[in-house]
Design a protein around this ligand. Structure first.
Ligand SMILES: Nc1ncnc2c1ncn2[C@@H]1O[C@H](COP(=O)(O)OP(=O)(O)OP(=O)(O)O)[C@@H](O)[C@H]1O
Length: 442
């Protein structure tokens, strides 16, 4: 039986293959993919290293996801799904199927050097699993701490990683996509550990209205409306320590009066409060959920790489009740300031403390950057494109203006031109920049 290929977008726009027939071969082969070993397991499925027989044994990461998880209300939703498909309506999806379809819809829109590439989707309606063949990133997850919780990356290596994630995020945001789960575990190295790519789009959000410019109209996926509901944005989805204040927001956290010691002014005429160091705290109305949540999670990721621990933590004295602990954590995220260690990175560069005197040294530059990314009020937070222009991020790039231009995404239809421009630009950078001195262990 030969696999049948259909694609919903024009070939120049989208070369993600969608295959609707699945053939097993003694369970070692899924169509042309020969299964090697399991390389990952997540909430939604398993990921296997496979070789592609049709492409001279090219290695791929095959993500296998059950349409229905036993936890989902299987029968009801499945019946609704089949009924709706028959009727040509947008199907109601189980949460697992919802997540994988969201991941597919997002990855199909993406073609960028810092985003894991999706090659093929095998979606046979007769099978209970959906398969995603993706670019295999064999360098593994970005590791950031040793057994004692000490940072293992140098500050220069961290700059490279953050720069790669900024470019990936800038592209996603430009496409109208919010990732919603940026954290070190979702950042994978290429084989030679020179490039970091973003993975895991299972909780991502897409809204064409969020696109930065109006790209040439793409044929809309009829499921998009059901997959990406604006109301989902308000849900507390993602990884708790990395969630932005506006996501974990409880009305109790909002300032009702000038908080005791740390606050200097209650900004008159505005509904947010300014603290002593100039950073704002939560406004009294819940802020909308925007792309700014990715900047917050990136800041938490940045902090983890620098210091080997997260900025907001449940105190050791916390009790066994996970819900209580989560509440304590969310309270910290919304209302507490964060501290920095005396030094950052495995090369132990001095930070100068939480409020360093403004100077051009590395430590104060990093703390000031973190400060601008970890603003509680999202409207005060840096955007990704502002972040990209930060002097610390640009440090070491020969021609920053050229780099900014060459790496800035334009319309989505330009993505392949953009990619080749980006490759040229990144080659220049890679030629210039020192190679990471220390390859972190797998
Ligand atoms: N393209 C890839 N190349 C190499 N390894 C990968 C790739 N994609 C995923 N993995 C590995 O598989 C693991 C699980 O993948 P992924 O995060 O996509 O699954 P998930 O079910 O969505 O996970 P989560 O529970 O975090 O939502 C990853 O942490 C990673 O180690």
């Amino acid at each position: 039986m030969t696999a049948q290929h259909t694609s919903s977008l024009p070939p120049e726009e989208d070369d993600v293959r969608v295959t609707s027939q699945l053939k097993f071969d003694r369970r070692r082969k899924v169509n042309q993919y020969v299964r090697q070993e399991r390389i990952g397991k997540g909430q939604h499925g398993e990921v296997f290293l496979c070789t592609d027989e049709d492409l001279a044994g090219r290695e791929v990461a095959l993500k296998v996801v059950k349409r229905n998880n036993p936890r989902d209300r299987i029968k009801l939703l499945r019946r609704t799904h089949q009924q709706n498909v028959r009727d040509g309506e947008v199907p109601a999806l189980s949460s697992t199927e919802h997540s994988i379809r969201r991941e597919i819809a997002v990855m199909k829109k993406c073609r960028h050097a810092n985003i894991a590439r999706l090659y093929e989707v095998i979606d046979d309606p007769k099978q209970d699993k959906i398969y995603l063949a993706m670019e295999y990133l064999s360098g593994g997850q970005v590791q950031w701490k040793d057994a004692e919780g000490k940072p293992i990356l140098s500050v220069e290596e961290i700059r490279h990683i953050i720069r790669d994630v900024i470019l990936g995020l800038e592209y996603l945001h430009h496409q109208g996509i919010i990732h919603r789960d940026i954290k070190p575990a979702n950042l994978l190295w290429t084989k030679d550990r020179t490039i970091v790519k973003i993975i895991d789009f299972g909780v991502s959000h897409f809204n064409p209205d969020l696109q930065s410019s109006t790209p040439l109209k793409q044929p809309e996926d009829p499921y998009n409306e059901a997959l990406f509901r604006e109301s989902d944005l308000l849900k507390r989805i993602g990884t708790p320590s990395f969630l932005a204040p506006e996501i974990v927001w409880f009305s109790e956290y909002a300032p009702k009066q000038s908080p005791a010691t740390s606050c200097e002014t209650l900004a008159s005429g505005s509904n947010s409060v300014t603290v002593k160091d100039g950073s704002s705290i939560l406004p009294s109305q819940r802020p909308p959920i925007t792309k700014a949540i990715d900047v917050w999670s990136l800041a938490v990721t940045f902090y983890c790489l620098l210091f080997g621990h997260t900025p907001f933590n449940v105190p050791e004295s916390a009790n066994e009740n996970v819900y209580h602990n989560e509440f304590v954590l969310y309270n910290q995220i919304c209302t507490q300031d964060w501290e920095v260690d005396e030094t950052m990175g495995c090369d132990q560069i001095y930070t100068g403390g939480r409020h360093p005197i403004d100077d051009k040294r590395e430590g104060p530059m990093v703390v000031s950057l973190l400060d601008q990314m970890l603003q509680k009020d999202p409207k005060d937070r840096l955007t990704v494109s502002e972040l990209k222009r930060n002097p610390w991020i640009l440090r070491g790039i020969l021609d920053p203006n050229e780099w900014i231009t060459d790496t800035t995404p334009s319309t989505s239809r330009d993505s392949s031109t953009f990619l080749s421009r980006w490759k040229q630009a990144s080659r220049k950078i890679l030629d210039f920049l020192p190679r990471p001195r220390r390859i972190p262990p797998l």
